[in-house]
Design a protein around this ligand. Structure first.
Ligand code: SAM
Length: 239
């Protein structure tokens, strides 16, 4: 079955947007994955098609109604066994490991919040997994959903050609990727590191691993502390 993302949004016209170009767009056009953007407003029941109301307990802004959103979710696939996500800055931060799991499944249903957020009762009642794409607040869940979908799609079989590869890239071994270089050989007085031009694959690999480790240690102590055991053993460290 083809991997498929179903997005519930108040702005279906935002899709496919950037997902319709380049790697993801070519794969979408050739049927390697599917995308469906559904308007939450189609599940509104009053004549004004209202989807939100004021927060219980007071405060600024509006909250997406539980009943409208539940109806929108149920209209998609009440019985289907797909991950159900809601994009939220309160969610568990998205990781490459979770992306790989989602890419290996049938494809998620993704709810995009707007306004102040979503009535908690629909999150609980429909078992939605809250997912964050970082510690900052976007104005809506659509761009967050696109980021998640893009990260999944590039891992689907047949999407990345031999010109692109996910084997060495950031997070694949719990490390950030080493720096990359290409022509010209010297740019504004800065040469490409000599080892990369040596043709010695062993030396190149060792240099890249050293750079990846130094970068990870300096920029992401959290990743460095949590790197996989085999990486640590390979370096003969006791930690
Ligand atoms: N009042 C909410 C809070 O403080 O947590 C923020 C609501 S935000 C303005 C509107 C919607 O944007 C959210 O419901 C969510 O769907 C989406 N959103 C904003 N930031 C996000 C993030 N970092 N990751 C994932 N989704 C995000």
């Amino acid at each position: 079955m083809t991997w498929r993302a179903t997005v519930l949004t108040l702005f279906p016209e935002m899709f496919p947007g950037p997902l319709g170009v380049s790697l993801a767009g070519r794969a979408l056009a050739s049927g390697l994955w599917g995308l469906e953007a559904r308007d939450i407003r189609d599940s509104a029941t009053d004549r004004h098609r209202s989807v939100d109301d004021t927060p219980a307990g007071g405060g600024p802004g509006m909250v997406l109604r539980a009943d409208v959103l539940a109806a929108a979710i149920d209209a998609v696939d009440a019985a289907a066994d797909r991950p159900r996500l809601v994009m939220s800055p309160r969610g568990r931060p998205l990781t490459q490991a979770r992306v790989a799991e989602l890419a290996a499944g049938p494809g998620p249903l993704i709810v995009c919040g707007r306004f102040e957020g979503i009535d908690q009762r629909v999150i609980d009642a429909r078992g939605l997994e809250e997912v964050s794409i970082g510690d900052y607040v976007l104005s809506g869940g659509e761009i967050a959903a696109m980021a998640l979908i893009d990260a999944c799609v590039r891992l689907l079989p047949g999407v990345m050609g031999k010109l692109e590869s996910s084997t060495d890239e950031s997070f694949s071994a719990g490390l950030l990727e080493y720096p990359q270089y290409t022509r010209p050989q010297t740019f504004e007085g800065r040469p490409i590191p000599e080892v990369l031009l040596s043709g010695d694959h062993g030396k190149v690999a060792a240099w890249r691993l050293g750079e990846a480790e130094a970068l990870t240690r300096a920029r992401r102590p959290d990743l460095w502390a949590a790197r996989p055991a085999q990486t640590i053993r390979a370096k003969g460290e006791s930690q």
